[in-house]
Design a protein around this ligand. Sequence first.
Ligand SMILES: Cc1cc2nc3c(=O)[nH]c(=O)nc-3n(C[C@H](O)[C@H](O)[C@H](O)COP(=O)(O)OP(=O)(O)OC[C@H]3O[C@@H](n4cnc5c(N)ncnc54)[C@H](O)[C@@H]3O)c2cc1C
Ligand SMILES: NC(=O)c1ccc[n+]([C@@H]2O[C@H](COP(=O)([O-])OP(=O)(O)OC[C@H]3O[C@@H](n4cnc5c(N)ncnc54)[C@H](OP(=O)(O)O)[C@@H]3O)[C@@H](O)[C@H]2O)c1
Length: 251
Amino acid sequence: MSTWHRTTVIENRHWTESLFSLRVEGAPLGFEAGQFVRIGLDPEPGNEATRIARAFSFVNPPGDPVLEFYGVIVPGGQLSPRLALLRPGDALYVAGNPAGFLVLSEVPEAEVLWLVSTGTGIAPFLSMLRTETPWQRFRTVVLVHAVRYARERVYRELIGELLEQRKDALRYVTFVSREAAPDALAGRVPAALLDGRLETAAGVALSPERSHVMLCGNPDMLRDAQAALLERGLRKHRRRNPGQVSVESFW
Ligand SMILES: Cc1cc2nc3c(=O)[nH]c(=O)nc-3n(C[C@H](O)[C@H](O)[C@H](O)COP(=O)(O)OP(=O)(O)OC[C@H]3O[C@@H](n4cnc5c(N)ncnc54)[C@H](O)[C@@H]3O)c2cc1C
Ligand SMILES: NC(=O)c1ccc[n+]([C@@H]2O[C@H](COP(=O)([O-])OP(=O)(O)OC[C@H]3O[C@@H](n4cnc5c(N)ncnc54)[C@H](OP(=O)(O)O)[C@@H]3O)[C@@H](O)[C@H]2O)c1
């Protein structure tokens, strides 16, 4: 059983009708970039027995007094539609025990780090990119964000600042799957891993000797991307059996 912090919402930014970012304060938590924590609400205020909690990845880097979470409204979902309605001053409960293995301390040496996400799966990578670790450890970092519609390529300002700051090291590639977008790749990540389009767009080669790939988001993408990566000679990383692919499924 973990302890809970009662935090206060300071901002709930809506990017689209279904995508939002919550910023809260009041939980001094220690964690490693890439980890998640359970956050929850009490449908009956003051009655903890009714609490509905779900895992959310930190968008903020460790040490930031304001915690940030990026979410999508899952239609009919128990928690996410309620989170989207939160307003400044409202309470959000945050568990005291962040966890998770999608962290750079679990990643073996590599030259190129690929951070590949669908939808809200970009969250843990944004936290990582806001620490010094990727820039100290990898020559090149490729951030990949695959979404349905162009307007869902969120956090463009932050990513723009990082691209400016890390000119020589950071590459950013987006996929838009359900409409035409001139500055994005079309279709899905696995096909583009197999036909070389992703490498061309990133301007860097993918190889088992030089790369480590972290995958986060939709479990179907995780499955299909791992199959494609296996064809390219990269296999799942395990502590006892090191490989080149780390994954975190959001559902
Ligand atoms: C380790 C971990 C980290 C996570 N981090 C985040 C995060 O940073 N942001 C976030 O929005 N969610 C995240 N999730 C998912 C989150 O925990 C909830 O499942 C999600 O908010 C839906 O909860 P709900 O109660 O509204 O829906 P539920 O009633 O629990 O419905 C679950 C269903 O919703 C769909 N779903 C769940 N999560 C997502 C998602 N993120 N994108 C698209 N479809 C989804 C799936 O079909 C799933 O079966 C994470 C999950 C895990 C396991
Ligand atoms: N995004 C929205 O506008 C929106 C609006 C309201 C509600 N929702 C709800 O939010 C949830 C998911 O939305 P989401 O758009 O964040 O996430 P998503 O369905 O995971 O889609 C994000 C990206 O992942 C791709 N993808 C899906 N399966 C894949 C696979 N097997 N291999 C590789 N790529 C794959 C999608 O491509 P494809 O497009 O080809 O599938 C899309 O480009 C759903 O419950 C949805 O009903 C979304």
